[in-house]
Design a protein around this ligand. Structure first.
Ligand SMILES: Nc1nc2c(c(=O)[nH]1)N=C([C@H](O)[C@@H](O)CO)CN2
Length: 118
């Protein structure tokens, strides 16, 4: 299976388990790998036959930008579901990095894989 990816997508969102975190926006960085057949788009050279990484990015910016969750797990799961259900992606690996959440750490968060990769 081929992969279309989006790396370092930085979005401000309301995320966190503490009361103060529900009053502010904090940055998260998404790294996404999406399984697809790149050969189809390559054969026709048409965006309609490709998985449009710009469309995926735009959708996630809108969703995450308006989201309000406690756990990074919840936000990551919802993003993966959008990618799979709205863009017909059979397999996705998504890393959600809550940068700045833990002092001394470059980042903290989750990496999830959903769907079948074959
Ligand atoms: N597994 C998780 N652990 C923690 C989370 C989380 O979302 N998932 N969140 C926090 C706090 O919100 C923290 O990021 C604030 O500094 C702590 N642990």
């Amino acid at each position: 299976m081929d992969i279309v990816f989006v790396r370092g997508l930085r979005i401000e969102t309301v995320i966190g388990i503490y009361e103060w975190e529900q009053q502010v926006k904090q940055p998260v960085i998404l790294d996404i790998e999406m399984g697809c057949d790149v050969a189809r788009g390559a054969a026709t050279d048409r965006i309609e036959d490709a998985l449009d990484y710009k469309a995926v990015s735009k959708r996630l910016k809108a969703f995450v930008g308006e989201a309000r969750f406690g756990l990074v797990e919840t936000l990551a799961e919802r993003c993966a579901a959008i990618i799979r259900e709205e863009f017909g992606v059979p397999w996705v690996r998504l890393s959600l990095n809550k940068i700045g959440a833990v002092s001394g750490a470059e980042g903290v968060g989750v990496i999830i894989e959903r769907g079948r990769r074959d």
